[in-house]
Design a protein around this ligand. Structure first.
Ligand SMILES: CCCCCCCC/C=C\CC(=O)SCCNC(=O)CCNC(=O)[C@H](O)C(C)(C)COP(=O)(O)OP(=O)(O)OC[C@H]1O[C@@H](n2cnc3c(N)ncnc32)[C@H](O)[C@@H]1OP(=O)(O)O
Length: 324
């Protein structure tokens, strides 16, 4: 598996691990709805906008749509950079769809986990330069999505004094708060991003960091002041590609776009080769343990005590939402 050819195929956006056949990149029926793809060949920049209301949580179908959309953009040789964003101005992604984990279906659960592993392989190992535009919350697997990108820009949120308008997004691996643990490859991604001690603390405590703190520990690379973007008023995706260069309607996307441009100007062979230096070993280590990881996940999640914690967490989420 870990041959030069396999490595090159992975980073050229081709599948070098056919053993996990269920997630070939055939078009999922709903891919176009779940992930909106905007491509601008002139600039070499594309945008994938997650669009799974209410919270862009990652279901099996959402994971497949992400992989499919990314592979489709990657197949276009004129594209060098991609921005990952969300149609929801307050939530980047709420992480795994918890309903996939509670009282799970025995057949679906391993397929679901396999689809998440594939998102990691495809996004972390993408030949494209990937920029996360984090407008809203990014807990757990939402943080994982952002960490799988090459660069992260986060909105500072709305620190308005009016409590009803106040919105400060947070990012982090909060799994322990749910009574579960991030899988090794996800936890290691945090170690690689913010360093050993900070990650050790954050993983154990399930810390969610507000933007300034996330910047100070290196979990995000840049933060931008909040600018009001009404959901549905003008969807973020409408700003790309022609308008974003000229209009300062959304400082977050402006910043993400500028960074995507910087990456797009680097000779791709050199950029991809340097990405392999830091990422390929991590990816191949995970691929080698992929089946073991799936078994571990299924065994862990179906434990009685874990199911109890997850059920209580979902209940609390629903109650909170109902009280609004
Ligand atoms: C050792 C190895 C084996 C174990 C491995 C385990 C796997 C570990 C890997 C990843 C774990 C995860 O990703 S688990 C998911 C973690 N996510 C969270 O904890 C976030 C939960 N959500 C929130 O905290 C909030 O929703 C928010 C901060 C993201 C947004 O808050 P806001 O107030 O704006 O919105 P609401 O809370 O009202 O939510 C709106 C709506 O969305 C539903 N929702 C939210 N999050 C999820 C989710 N993750 N999955 C499914 N549904 C979600 C919420 O219930 C509301 O729906 P309703 O309005 O219909 O009630």
């Amino acid at each position: 598996m870990n041959t030069p050819r396999a490595r090159a195929m992975l980073f050229m956006g081709r599948r070098s691990h056919q053993s996990h056949a269920p997630h070939k990149h055939s078009p999922p029926a709903v891919a176009n709805d779940l992930v909106i793809s905007t491509v601008d060949e002139n600039s070499g920049i594309a945008m994938l906008t997650m669009n799974r209301p209410p919270a862009n949580s990652l279901s099996l179908e959402m994971n497949e749509a992400l992989c499919y959309s990314l592979k489709t953009v990657e197949a276009n040789p004129k594209i060098q950079s991609v921005i990952l964003s969300s149609t929801n101005p307050k939530i980047f992604s709420a992480g795994l769809d918890i309903t996939e984990l509670v009282a799970p279906d025995n057949d679906r659960l391993p397929r679901f986990w396999n689809s998440l592993q594939q998102v990691y392989i495809d996004l972390y190992g993408s030949r494209l330069a990937t920029v996360a535009a984090i407008q809203g919350h990014a807990p757990a697997a939402g943080c994982f999505l952002a960490m799988s990108c090459d660069y992260r820009v986060m909105s500072e949120g709305d620190t308005n004094n009016d409590i009803k308008k106040k919105h400060v997004p947070t990012i982090g691996l909060n799994e322990t708060q749910l009574g579960i643990a991030a899988p090794p490859w996800m936890g290691q991604l945090l170690v690689r991003t913010i360093g050993f001690r900070q990650a050790e603390l954050a993983l154990a405590l399930g810390t969610l960091f507000p933007p300034e703190q996330a910047l100070s520990i290196g979990l995000v690379d840049d933060i931008v002041p909040h600018q009001q973007v009404e959901s549905g008023d003008h969807k973020l995706v409408d700003l790309l590609p022609s308008q974003i260069k000229d209009q300062a309607q959304n400082s977050l996307l402006q910043k993400a776009y500028t960074q995507a441009q910087i990456y797009a100007k680097i000779p791709p062979q050199a950029r991809v080769a340097s990405k392999m230096v830091t990422r390929e070993e991590h990816i191949f280590r995970m691929i080698a343990k992929r089946d073991e990881d799936t078994q571990h996940f299924c065994g862990f999640v179906t434990q009685k005590a874990v199911q109890k914690n997850l059920t209580a967490y979902v209940e609390a989420l629903k109650n909170k939402s109902a009280k609004k």
